[in-house]
Design a protein around this ligand. Sequence first.
Ligand SMILES: CC(C)[C@H](C(=O)O)[C@@H](O)C(=O)O
Ligand code: SF4
Length: 471
Amino acid sequence: MKPPTGTTFFDKVWRDHVIAKLDQESDLIQVDRLVLHELSGSQALRALEEAGRKPISRGQVFTVIEHLISTQPGRGPCDSVSSSGPAMIQTTRDASKKYGLHFIDYDDPRQGIAHVVAPELGIAFPGATLVCCDSHTSTIGGVGALAWGIGASEAEHVLATQTLAQAKPKTMRVNFEGTLRPGVFAKDMILALIGTIGAQGGIGYATEYAGSAVRDLPIDGRLTLCNMSIEFSCKYGFVAPDEKTFAYLKGAEFSPKGAAWEKATSYWRTLKTDDDAVFDKEITIDCDALEPQVTWGISPQQVGSIRATVPRPSQAVDKEANALGERALTYMKLHADEPIRGTPIDVAYIGSCTNARLTDLRAAAQILKGRKVKAGIQAICVPGSTPVKRAAEAEGIDKIFKDAGFEWHESACGFCGHIGDNRFADLRVISTTNRNFESRQGPKTRTHLASPATVAASAIMGCIADARELS
Ligand SMILES: CC(C)[C@H](C(=O)O)[C@@H](O)C(=O)O
Ligand code: SF4
């Protein structure tokens, strides 16, 4: 008789949302929250309208303008970074008003990137299932929700039924153990994991991030970790909720209040993995020894310590990695055995749903205070949301950035992905974002992914720099 084993956080949340078993692998899942942005969300809203249908539960649907809207101060209702932007923005605006959805327009004081706004406003909560037409939706696992990215046709189905058919994934736990040294952050943790497991390492898994280093992270750091789950092909990433989670969500606009809050937190406290639960896969990352990480290639798996040299593709684990390595060095105009630190840069970018929350801006400001961006370097900050921007301004962080020589923008997805603006074309960018694919940030841009502190230090030095030398 197999000894009974405990249940994982994932299994508990999944079990509480199964409406019906569809077949051996798939279940029909109840969806608690649907978040739509104007790029792919507008497609779902238009398809629903063309089918003559309407949302089954408009109170569970949230729409936000954040992908295509310009980040320039003084932006107008349809100022966009792409030619198709104005129409998609207006479609989202019109449908949201027609159906009475929770709508956050470009000039709403709560506006921001969906994956920053949903936790901030308590739209997401522990144990909730939340979907969005975006591959980085797993970010929201940082507050203990089960959140994943879907396509526009799936979003149309959720709009009409508030359910979704899902194949149940295997479970993985990544134990980040130890204590981060000063100058090392959540971004370094997740980059190190992806460098270890590979960009395909999470296919078919739901990943729980655990361990002492995760417990020590602020919620912003947990959101950073979960954000990049998809960069190792893992659709679901999450951190089981704890008192830090509850403190973060308490009092948020859409969080339960009063007796409902007490009832909710008593349920949320049950959402943790049992001590004797067994995972399909477990990995441990030693954080005591962790160094700041920076990518050198064209995949987030092509990453290493900022103190390392660019690796030789011939030393890669297999032929495929070898070929990707050769392609990366050619595209990135780098040479094997050269130190990554000291590589000249053209642009320093702080933004995105990965690393532009208040703790991220504080970490960068600590490096920038009293210093100047190197002459000739473009330095831009796009806060993750308008509330983050306002909170940073209340602390004088915007002044530190501007005095150093950074541009201080309005919140949106901005220059994370190449949606239209070509100002980084053919330049080397060190960036707090989550993807370093070829031409990700514009035609022939060469992107290095790093933490906000590393980006800030690099802006000052004019080359890839170790923030620990400046702090
Ligand atoms: C536009 C959206 C579909 C896309 C994604 O899902 O990842 C974008 O957010 C990105 O980061 O490339
Ligand atoms: S900030 Fe970047 S990664 Fe995040 S949703 Fe927007 S485009 Fe995608």
